[in-house]
Design a protein around this ligand. Structure first.
Ligand SMILES: Nc1ncnc2c1ncn2[C@@H]1O[C@H](COP(=O)(O)OP(=O)(O)OP(=O)(O)O)[C@@H](O)[C@H]1O
Length: 255
């Protein structure tokens, strides 16, 4: 049972890796390792795949310490058991976000600063790819958050090359819903730590997450259908952008 579930789970990760050409021979991949369920699962999945797929790649884990107390030996021991190098980056992100800035949107700043610290470390280590633990629920939540809070239809990509740094970001778990990640953590008895941030559970993302959970109760296939919609999306089914045109016409009419 455990083995079959592992096989099924890894097949989904592998599918995303192949579909988006995420990993090539000789890649040196840092997993953004927060120690939460998602990144622990990602690290373990990539570790298992590194031993079974023909493509050869190196792995390391980088933890960005934001300033909250955390049980780091749990993470250190886990990485040691896999023989994956583990790096800790000390930052003052918690202080900057909650004391210095006191912004209305602490999550956006925190995420931006964590990303910056992570990329700097990856460059310093001489690695070329960054793997993040986003799963299908993150994709769906981000889609709705963009639309609701910023009026944009957009979602992050499973594979992104960043011109400025030369790094590539990959998200190998985009085909897997959150509940499967939770099941995998249980089945494999993976160690993880809870997110210590005081904003955890009180964010805009949390609001959207609850709405999606309600929708899923009424429409159980929602997550799978959402994924299909992204994969079969046709630009012609949306409206053309007429904003600049209508501004020009407004000007003409006034003349
Ligand atoms: N402090 C951190 N150090 C290193 N990588 C991080 C850190 N925080 C987040 N990441 C990376 O960014 C991804 C998305 O971040 P997010 O804050 O959404 O985490 P999450 O959904 O709570 O995931 P997790 O369960 O791994 O904590 C994580 O899965 C992880 O790969």
């Amino acid at each position: 049972m455990t083995k079959n579930y592992r096989k099924w789970f890894l097949a989904k990760v592998k599918r995303a890796i192949y579909d988006f050409g995420m990993i090539e021979d000789g890649d040196r991949i840092v997993v953004g390792f927060s120690g939460g369920k998602d990144s622990v699962t990602l690290l373990y999945s990539l570790y298992l795949l590194s031993r079974s797929i023909p493509v050869k790649f190196d792995l390391a884990a980088v933890f960005i310490k934001t300033g909250w107390p955390m049980d780091l030996p749990v993470l250190e021991n886990f990485c040691r058991s896999l023989n994956v190098p583990f790096y800790i980056v000390e930052t003052e992100i918690a202080k900057i976000v909650f004391e210095d800035r006191q912004d209305d949107n602490p999550c956006a700043i925190c995420s931006h600063l964590r990303r910056g610290a992570l990329h700097s470390k990856v460059l310093e280590l001489g690695f070329n790819k960054v793997a993040l633990g986003h799963h299908l629920d993150d994709v769906i939540e981000t889609f709705f958050m963009s639309m609701i809070y910023t009026g944009q239809i957009r979602v992050f990509s499973p594979f992104t090359f960043l011109d400025r740094t030369g790094l590539t970001m990959i998200r190998p778990m985009v085909y897997l819903p959150a509940e499967e990640v939770v099941s995998f953590v249980k089945q494999e008895a993976l160690p993880f730590i809870e997110n210590p941030c005081p904003a955890n559970g009180f964010t805009n993302r949390e609001v959207v997450k609850k709405q999606i959970a309600d929708l899923v109760k009424r429409f159980p296939d929602l997550k799978a259908r959402f994924l299909t919609s992204l994969q079969t999306f046709d630009q012609r089914n949306l409206w053309p952008d007429v904003r600049s045109k209508s501004k020009k016409q407004d000007r003409k009419i006034r003349i």
